[in-house]
Design a protein around this ligand. Structure first.
Ligand code: GTP
Ligand code: MG
Length: 199
């Protein structure tokens, strides 16, 4: 699938104010700085679409982007950023859990995981939260351009083992780099197949 048109629609702090067109959407979540906004720009081949930063905590709201006039990509603020007050952590928690538990048009969630590091409890906890609530999810390993294939394969395998402790069935996994575009087609083809199954 190709993305022919991609445009920013709206930012919200409340899922109830998100677009009510009924079109399917794909959410991107993961630790702060893991590369959610960069991946969205890589998929759409539009570097300025989602705001990115070397500093964690750049994305703060629920951001809807319309693709081909037919489906949405949703950029979300990341978790696990240490320099955040208790109050804003609680606000994030409420905004995000309400979104995932109630957003009816959510077709799939991409949980982004840094391919360079061993499994982090915070990622496993978030995946368990989604899975435990029946929210469909896939895992996307990011930043593979920063290391060799062997290191990526080792970290992916370790992550699978950690997941296997709680999950019988493995979610789909994608290996990506926003710097090189690696993994773009596979991810877009998957979205296309989910869209087709909903049509
Ligand atoms: N080398 C490399 N750098 C990347 C890649 N993806 C993201 N980055 C860098 O990682 C940093 C964070 O990227 P963002 O896309 O802003 O991360 P985010 O997950 O949206 O972060 P928050 O919005 O703060 O939660 C930026 O400096 C990006 O340039 C990648 O695939 N390869
Ligand atoms: Mg972001």
């Amino acid at each position: 699938m190709e993305i022919k048109t991609a445009s920013f629609v709206v930012s919200n702090s409340d899922y109830r104010k998100c677009p009510d067109t009924g079109l399917p959407e794909y959410a991107f979540i993961g630790r702060s700085n893991v590369g959610k906004s960069s991946l969205i720009n890589m998929l759409t081949r539009n570097k300025g679409l989602a705001k990115t930063s070397v500093q964690p905590g750049k994305t703060q709201l629920i951001n809807h982007f319309l693709m081909n006039g037919a489906w949405y990509i949703v950029d979300l603020p990341g978790y696990g950023f240490a320099r955040v007050s208790k109050k804003s952590r609680a606000a994030w928690q409420k905004m995000i859990s309400d979104y995932f538990l109630h957003r009816e048009t959510l077709a799939n969630t991409f949980v982004l995981v840094d391919s360079r590091i061993p499994p982090q409890q915070i990622d496993l906890d978030f995946i368990n939260f989604l899975g435990g609530n029946g929210v469909p999810l896939s895992i996307v390993f990011t930043k593979v351009d920063k290391q060799n294939q062997r290191e990526t394969a080792r970290n992916v395998n370790t992550f699978k083992k950690a997941l296997a402790e709680t999950w019988e069935e493995m979610p789909l996994m994608f290996i990506t780099s926003s710097a090189t575009g690696f993994g773009r087609e596979k991810l877009l083809d998957f979205i296309d197949s989910v869209n087709a199954s909903l049509a």
